[in-house]
Design a protein around this ligand. Structure first.
Ligand SMILES: *Cc1c(COP(=O)(O)O)cnc(C)c1O
Length: 401
């Protein structure tokens, strides 16, 4: 727990709660450590969809080589937030208008999801662009069996079926496609893999790409092995092993001297820099269990509801109780932390052990920096929006290149 975040949260008044608090210095430190763990021939892109707050994007600027955007909205937003940064445009269902806008903004890196999309891009490109073909590869290690968010290795709407990739490679050699430079393969297959699993997948993607190139007489210069580095909400201290991952990628690169690897993590970069601070409005007993109703809820922090986990939290007791009646309090040593929404799904943590918890106490949720505010259904029930606080020097936003 960051002492600075805890101090800041404690100083907020009730009417300033709930609030998101971001520690930008911690984010800068963490992303610099990730960059330092990676070999020089690995390019680090940040998947903006994990958290596109402009201050977050700017704080990452010094550590990343670029940003992966997956919509016209993200494209315009990220371009404005970090104007000089390189962008890669990925994601399914790119519209002709989005493609035109990205070309106008000078996006040179494209993760192409289908043959139709390849044709749309070729029809509009006026200058050379770099293309990676996103392939939904069969991964045989079993690494994907255990993860909830598998996007590949099975039928999905993402990327090209492996059998269709060759068609695209051949198409790229035909008239009308001269401005599309085929650089290699992209494969984002799952989220939630640990370093060993990520390395096993990366090795398979690189091998598959090399074999594809060999069949067509092309030596690919790049392979993007995606994001999905694991974040463990059950154990905030357990971090993805970037050093082991970097060392493994260095070994892989040693076998492929001409190759540049790219990765595009989202959650593993930003999950730890965000906090959601709230207070207990009420505590009640229902059929033998304790429930605390918090200011705010899953309309602000939907992550635990969508993933089915307990959001990690700490309690800050507040001594003052200004009411003349008894203070509602947890009686069983366990509490379900619910929000203000009229739905049983509005739960941030279920039957969590607490020493004590009373109305008026503060609760600070950790690991709220990725897929948190920006994936939540803000308008449901029309409660007020949370506050947003960015700690750390935004001015030290990083390098200019
Ligand atoms: C979502 C996504 C990522 C980032 O995934 P994380 O699990 O946040 O690391 C990277 N690449 C693509 C194509 C994605 O869709």
């Amino acid at each position: 727990m960051s002492a600075r975040v805890a101090r800041h949260a404690a100083a907020l008044t009730s009417s300033q709660l709930p609030s998101y608090i971001y520690d930008l210095d911690a984010l800068r430190e963490h992303s610099a450590a990730v960059r330092a763990a990676l070999p020089a021939r690995v390019e680090l892109y940040y998947a903006a969809k994990a958290n596109p707050e402009p201050q977050v994007l700017a704080a990452l600027r010094g550590a990343v080589d670029g940003y992966e955007v997956s919509s016209g909205g993200e494209l315009a937003h990220v371009r404005a937030a970090v104007p000089d940064a390189r962008l890669a445009f990925g994601g399914p269902g790119k519209t002709p208008d989005e493609i035109a806008a990205a070309l106008r903004l000078g996006v040179r890196r494209w993760h192409v999801e289908s043959e139709h999309e390849l044709r749309l891009l070729a029809a509009q490109a006026q200058q050379p662009v770099d293309v990676l073909l996103r392939a939904n590869l069969p991964v045989t290690s079993g690494a994907l069996d255990s993860v909830a968010l598998a996007m590949g290795g099975r039928p999905t709407p993402f990327g090209l079926d492996p059998a269709r990739v060759a068609d695209c490679v051949r198409l790229l050699g035909t008239p009308g496609f001269e401005l599309l430079r085929l650089r290699g393969v992209h494969a984002h297959l799952a989220s939630g893999l640990d370093a060993a699993e990520q390395l096993a997948v990366a090795a398979q993607v690189v091998r598959w790409s090399a074999e594809l190139g060999a069949r067509h007489g092309i030596e690919f210069a790049e392979v993007n092995v995606g994001g999905g580095m694991a974040v463990d909400y059950a154990d905030p201290q357990a971090r993805f092993d970037w050093n082991a991952f970097g060392a493994g990628l260095a070994e892989l690169l040693a076998q492929h001297p001409g190759l540049t690897l790219r990765i595009e993590p989202g959650r593993a970069l930003t999950a730890y820099c965000g906090w959601y601070a709230s207070e207990v409005l009420d505590v009640k007993q229902s059929h033998g269990e304790d429930f605390a109703v918090l200011r705010g809820g899953t309309h602000h922090l939907r992550t635990p509801a969508t993933r089915g986990h307990d959001q990690p939290f700490t309690v800050s007791p507040v001594a003052d109780w200004p009411r003349p009646w008894p203070r509602p309090a947890v009686t069983t040593g366990r509490v379900t932390l619910a929000g203000q929404l009229c739905t049983p799904k509005d739960v941030l943590a279920r039957q969590a052990p607490v020493r004590a918890l009373r109305a008026g106490d503060r609760v600070l949720f950790a690991m709220a920096g990725a897929y948190a505010w920006n994936i939540s259904h803000h308008e449901f029930l029309m409660h007020p929006r949370p506050g947003f606080h960015f700690l750390g020097s935004a001015a030290a936003a990083g390098r200019r290149s």
